[in-house]
Write a protein that binds this ligand. Structure first.
Ligand code: TRP
Length: 329
């Protein structure tokens, strides 16, 4: 069995793009691999969340993970900050990470531009902490999006460097797990680009039916086809892409035919799409609320996850300390 690690920062609610782009694949992987799925709450500190918000953010993402079907009896589901061993490995790896290479990281350069008033050292060493998250469980596969590829490459480099420095073959070099051709990119509702967290573009799993209907009715379209079998414009193509994951094939065909014969009414299409999204998200939303209300269950999941994750992490730390040269008195 291969070991899989993936994390998500607790900085906002999960949306349809997260579900179809990532979580659906976590669900497929959890049975065939030794999976560790965690909430990267240390990483969320780089943007200085308010103390009053921190716990709620963590809880929300955890409830969303579970509501989607990540099974804490099969996978190890945990909160990063419950596993302090990761901070020790982070410290140790920092000694072999060079400031120059960290400064050249694309995500760091982006942050310098976006938050010039808060260029903290945690941002600079973000990839080191991420590497520690992954190699502390000696993972082989890391299911992440394309935006994380450079971080994965750095993880491999840090693992290799450790092995070389101490002449051991200890850490595997993990690969970004690619979902192949089946990777679905869910577009946003604003006509261009992928679904994100920005207002009006994304649909959150926790959105109420009323909110979802409203958001979909406001989605960008075009002025309608004027010729038979005209190709779809980008905003229309986007609506069909979302339809493809939530609607029946016959419904999709119906609207495609209407489009081809120039009889489509976008209002009707959006109404249907809104209902089909609600049909998909509503059971998840109900489940999120049920889980959030069940404090005992959440506490149990978190405790069990922390125990399993710490068992794996502390073994690595023990062995790493030995390799580095720490000895008992
Ligand atoms: N950097 C990742 C993101 O922003 C989150 C993350 C932190 C992560 N540690 C990880 C992902 C370890 C995979 C493995 O999405």
């Amino acid at each position: 069995m291969e070991t899989v690690v993936s994390g998500i920062r607790s900085t906002g609610n999960l949306h349809l793009g997260n579900y179809f782009g990532a979580i659906k694949n976590f669900l497929k992987m959890q049975r065939e691999n030794n999976c560790f799925f965690f909430i990267a709450d240390y990483h969320s500190l780089t943007t200085h969340p308010k103390p009053d918000d921190l716990h709620g953010n963590i809880k929300q993402v955890l409830a969303e993970y579970l509501a989607c079907g990540i099974d804490p009896e099969i996978a190890t589901v945990f909160i990063q900050s419950d596993v302090p061993e990761v901070t020790e490995l982070y410290l140790l790896l920092n000694m072999n990470a060079y400031v120059g290479e960290l400064e050249r990281t694309t995500s760091f350069k982006e942050k310098i531009r976006k938050q010039p008033d808060n260029i903290n050292a945690g941002l600079l060493t973000y990839p080191v902490l991420m590497a520690a998250d992954i190699i502390i469980h000696r993972a082989n596969k890391v299911p992440v999006g394309k935006d994380q590829e450079q971080h994965l490459e750095m993880t491999r480099r840090f693992a290799r460097r450790f092995n070389t420095m101490y002449s051991v073959d200890y850490f595997p070099e993990p690969d970004a797990y690619n979902f192949g051709k089946k990777l679905i990119k869910i577009p946003g509702l604003d006509g261009t680009g992928k679904m994100g967290k920005s207002e009006g573009n994304g649909i959150f799993l926790a959105d109420t039916p009323e909110v979802i209907r409203k958001k979909v009715m406001k989605a960008v379209t075009d002025s309608g086809p004027t010729e038979h079998n005209q190709p779809h414009s980008e905003p229309v193509k986007n609506l069909f892409t979302i339809m493809n994951v939530v609607s029946d094939p016959s419904t999709i065909q119906y609207f495609k035919d209407k489009y081809s014969s120039c009889e489509i009414r976008y209002g009707e299409l959006k109404k249907q799409l809104g209902e089909d999204i609600v049909k998909f998200t509503d059971p998840i939303r109900n489940r999120i609320n049920e889980i959030l209300a069940d404090k005992k269950y959440m506490a149990k999941v978190v405790k069990q996850g922390a125990e399993k994750a710490r068992e794996s992490a502390s073994r690595t730390i023990r062995e790493v300390r030995e390799i580095i040269g720490y000895r008992e008195f």
